[in-house]
Design a protein. Structure first.
Length: 548
């Protein structure tokens, strides 16, 4: 189980009070209730963390419950992915449950409400129901079917269940108050007809309970003490309470508590939208590393620790807001910087030839694996006459305060020697072929001579043993266009290649590294093979996002 944080939030305060006043069961029980109609995203991660850590704080439990009351759109692939994601985040559910297992009991509850005059069958069409509902300013109008007798309602509801009516022909409504200031209380629909097969119950049912009716019953049956949901449901809470009270058979019924959903800048967080992107091939599946799905960020290289830390840092709010996506990146950096080893990799490589270094010599240089964690030790890296340096580390005409390689300048090649660039050799088309440099043999790393001050330090890769790798650089999937509309970022994936020190030739899928001075990378779990190493850029060393 993931760590339990000691901080208190308003949900914990509410639970403390309920426990103190004996209003809830002593064994705290929460639930995470996904609808299996898509992959989970980072917003769901927030809900998962909240439900599981809240339960853990009280030595309670948390159920995983599939909210599968809607017969269409559900798929076992989603079920598998949801379980993988919850486990990856580091949580263990107590029971795994299906809302559809309660269909019989929900039906019984509906019959009970009819018998008590608290529900009726209504023949109005969906449009008419909307029209009769009224507005925020005007009370609703009562349905002409509202005063049917109990017998008639029982018979009609039974006939609905038997399949006598078409979809939409009749509904079951709670009989509450058409003049209520809360529109949700104006005789809400609680059962509808849908002639559709259900993945669990098959063709047993052609009537299905509505969310607002089903959810409190699911919670109550399981003995959930606190039903944590997002703010959109705040106005539904009176109905949640009404359903439980009207049925009345549960002692200490569950209590709904709302929190603000997570919104992230430059991130679309809607399963429907994400599914559309997958379906029309704009991304490479649900686990495309650009996707805000948990599967996507996992493949991208984020760690569960970083995601949990992020959810904890943003806290639980009662008002909606949008969190900077940068904060999630910062959590990833903080987590990885003490966990992964450095490697030398250069992009846009430029060849360096050390004219005063013997042609057939190779020295093994000892280079530390981590600046942050000395215990990570060191590795031996070959160094010889021809090297690659990063395109960013050379400027023919240096900018102000540029201390890296340029003609006439001396820099430290990290872990090796000091080199001076003497001459730039160009191809016929004007591009750089190589830089002729000389090294100072007295400056070998670790020796006295290396204490001399130079302003620039760069990294390098031995050309003879370099491994060519593919690098996938990601940017936000969604950006705003000039009119402020959210559009797909055409540069959300840019593929480059790089030269790496030889050890990266052995990288295993899923292995993470810090490419020295560049950022954190992971060998892609699907594209990396024995022959080709493909790395996803997880995150740069510093925030690089500039407001466009
Ligand atoms: P979406 O709107 O993306 O399709 P959903 O709310 O329909 O998501 P569910 O499967 O119904 O998805 O959600 C499961 C749980 O996750 C619910 O309790 C829901 O409130 C919570 N949840 C969904 N999105 C977020 C979010 N952005 N932030 C926090 N919690 C969320
Ligand atoms: Mg939903």
């Amino acid at each position: 189980m993931a760590e339990v944080y000691e901080t208190n939030n308003f949900i914990h305060n509410a639970i403390d009070k309920d426990l103190e006043e004996g209003k809830c069961h002593e064994d705290i029980l929460t639930r995470f209730p996904p609808e299996p109609n898509g992959y989970l995203h980072i917003g769901h991660a927030k809900s998962i963390c909240l439900n599981f850590t809240t339960a853990a704080k009280y030595n309670g439990k948390c159920n995983l419950r599939y909210d599968d009351t809607n017969p269409v759109k559900e798929d076992m692939e989603y079920v598998r992915s949801i379980e993988e994601d919850v486990k990856w985040l580091g949580f263990k559910w107590d029971k795994r449950l299906w809302a559809s297992d309660y269909f019989d009991e929900m039906y019984e509850c509906a019959v009970q409400l009819i018998k008590e005059g608290k529900a009726y069958v209504c023949d109005l069409t969906a449009d008419q129901i909307r029209e009769y509902r009224g507005t925020l300013k005007e009370p609703g109008k009562e349905s002409p079917y509202r005063n049917r007798t109990v017998e008639e309602n029982l018979q009609l509801f039974e006939e609905m269940r038997e399949g006598k009516y078409a979809d939409g022909e009749k509904v079951l409504r709670a009989r509450i108050d058409m003049a209520s200031p809360n529109i949700n209380m104006r005789d809400p629909v609680i059962y509808r007809i849908a002639h559709a097969s259900h993945h669990n119950t098959g063709d047993k049912w052609c009537i299905y309970p509505m969310y607002d009716f089903a959810h409190p019953i699911e919670d109550a049956i399981e003995g959930i003490t606190h039903s944590i949901c997002t703010l959109e449901f705040e106005d539904h809470r009176p109905l949640y309470d009404w359903v439980l009270q009207a049925i009345g058979k549960w002692e200490k019924p569950p209590r709904q508590i709302e929190f603000a959903r997570l919104n992230l800048t430059n991130t679309v967080m809607s399963k429907r939208y994400l599914k559309a992107m997958v379906d029309d091939g704009r991304v490479d599946g649900w686990d495309d590393p650009r996707m805000p799905t948990i599967a996507g960020i996992r493949r991208r290289g984020y760690t569960p620790e970083a995601v949990r830390d992020f959810c904890e840092r943003i806290g639980v709010a009662k008002a909606n807001s949008t969190v900077e996506a940068d904060l999630l990146d910062a959590c990833v950096r903080d987590d990885l910087k003490t966990k992964v080893e450095n490697r030398n990799v250069v992009e846009n490589p430029i060849k360096v030839v050390i004219t005063n270094y013997p042609e057939d010599k190779t020295e093994m240089m000892e280079i530390e694996n981590s600046r942050e964690v000395p215990e990570m030790g060191s590795r031996m890296v070959p160094f010889s006459r021809e090297l690659w340096v990063d395109g960013e580390d050379f400027m023919e005409v240096p900018a102000k305060k540029y201390f890296r390689l340029f003609p006439g300048n001396e820099v430290r090649f990290k872990g090796a020697y000091f080199l001076t660039c003497n001459e730039v050799i160009k191809n016929e088309d004007g591009t750089i072929r190589e830089l002729l440099c000389t090294y100072d043999p007295e400056t070998r790393s670790g020796s006295e001579g290396a204490n001399r001050k130079v302003k620039g330090t760069i990294h390098w890769v031995d050309a003879a043993t370099a491994v060519k790798i593919k690098i996938r650089n990601y940017d936000y999937l969604m950006i705003d266009d000039e009119e402020g509309n959210s559009i797909m970022n055409p540069d959300s994936l840019v593929e480059t290649y790089g030269y790496a020190e030889p050890s990266l030739g052995e990288a295993k899928p899923g292995e993470r590294f810090q490419f020295f001075r560049k950022g954190f990378y992971i060998a892609d779990s699907e594209l990396t093979t024995d022959d080709e190493k493909v790395f996803n850029k997880i995150v740069g060393l510093k925030s690089s996002w500039k407001k466009k």
